[in-house]
Design a binder for this molecule. Structure first.
Ligand SMILES: CC(C)(COP(=O)(O)OP(=O)(O)OC[C@H]1O[C@@H](n2cnc3c(N)ncnc32)[C@H](O)[C@@H]1OP(=O)(O)O)[C@@H](O)C(=O)NCCC(=O)NCCS
Length: 191
């Protein structure tokens, strides 16, 4: 797991998490640029994401971000920033946080094309794994991805997630073909 350099707590807001090259924090409305909205409509980025079913406009994205800012208990939607926190390059989200059973689902996107392939998804996920286990004290993380999504599989594997199950032909991929959903998990005791 990559070292977190600093976690700055901010009351009800998400903390600011600093890693070697990235800053993870809540997305403010002023960060929602045309560029950001454009990745959310870019098929090459969204082809493995459920967001592909909902056309994104600035208004749709703002509504979503406002809903995330207003409830940081049940889900935590972090923006991933590089360049000293100035450029929003992606997101990592803890969704369906189940405090009773102490688990959460995690997902991630590095949407900025020139930020891909530099280890940023691995680094950002590593920070959220650390935050989930050591700060939130969650005991288990799960994630799921479409069969054939090598990028996602690699990022998860590099963070210690292991395949726990396969939902046979659960999803319809971007080519309209039914494919498996691979479910992976990581226990806090294993990191
Ligand atoms: C998949 C995604 C998160 C990868 O982000 P990234 O920052 O480029 O990933 P990393 O640089 O941390 O890559 C980690 C490893 O996976 C490999 N990898 C990443 N994307 C890959 C791809 N599309 N095909 C094959 N390998 C890939 C990298 O080569 C690297 O392996 P290495 O360390 O052995 O070189 C990013 O491309 C993305 O957000 N795609 C669109 C959204 C998405 O599909 N999110 C996941 C939903 S489950």
């Amino acid at each position: 797991m990559a070292d977190i350099i600093e976690i700055k707590k901010r009351g009800d807001r998400l903390p600011i998490i600093k890693t070697e090259r990235l800053i993870l924090r809540d997305i403010e409305l002023k960060d929602i640029s045309e560029e950001y909205v454009s990745w959310l409509n870019n098929e090459s980025i969204t082809k493995y994401l459920e967001i592909r079913f909902v056309p994104q406009t600035k208004a749709v994205v703002e509504k979503y971000i406002l809903s995330k800012l207003s409830d940081t208990v049940n889900s935590k939607h972090f923006g991933v920033y590089d360049n000293d926190g100035k450029r929003l390059i992606g997101t990592v989200t803890l969704s369906i946080i189940n405090y009773k059973h102490s688990f959460a689902e995690v997902s991630f996107v590095i949407g900025h094309k020139d930020a891909q392939g530099k280890g940023f998804a691995t680094e950002a996920l590593s920070a959220i794994v650390h935050y989930s286990f050591y700060d939130l004290k969650i005991s288990k993380l799960i994630a799921g991805y479409y069969e054939g999504h090598i990028g996602s599989s690699n990022v998860l594997k590099k963070n210690g997630f292991v395949v726990e199950g396969i939902f046979k032909k659960k999803l319809i991929n971007h080519d309209g073909i039914r494919v498996d959903q691979i479910v992976v998990g990581l226990l806090s005791k294993d990191v």
